[in-house]
Write a protein of this length. Sequence first.
Length: 254
Amino acid sequence: MAITTKIAGLVRRPSVVSQIVDNLVERMKAGAILPGQRFPSGEQLSREFSVSRASVRSALNILATRGLITRRNGIGVFAAPLFGIHNSLNDAVDFFEMFRNYGFIPEVENAQLRTELPSEIIQNALNLAPDEQVLVSQKKFQANNDPKVFCHVYLSKSVIGSELTKRLEADPSANDSLFAFLDERPELKTKYVLSDLDVGRAENCPFPDLPLDRNAPMLIIRQVGYGPNENPVWCTHEYYPEDSFRFGVVRRRV
């Protein structure tokens, strides 16, 4: 199902490639294409959608990147087993965009927004003085009502400025899409992200009313986003329940 996005009074319709991807994902979710089943050929899909073979190849490349299909040389393309959500650790992707890419309905629950003095870890991550206040957002990201990520977002008031601070204090959902929230200011636009991965248990996740057994395993990703001037802009601590995500990484030989 294609999603039409409305921005500032203009309607941006999904590209042909996006529509093909959405259609094929919906078929897989509905069971019309089963795990391990061979996909129609590129020529068949080209005729079905009345598009060029190049558009079909682009759509299949996107599905392959998401881990939804496998290619067997000389044989064809096959549906991969559906495994929640797959994301490459090489890509910094907004949760909303990621969930929509997989045909899920993204939701976020803003559990809390507070102002506090930064811990030593956050001071070091954002290069802050001990008395610089930070805004801390606690968010639960869900896909089709299934909790996928429990997230703490740390933003320095002095870095994002008074205008964005007031907006976030008035509406804690303003930074549900963190990239979109910060991209409004060119100097805050994320250039790259440094991530640190760890493994813990639910008891290590400081989230209110966590709906998990305290001993349940969780993947923990701590991230710092840097702006165009190489300065740290934001920090997140993300907690992923077991089986909520599958991550991949590209490793190049040096």
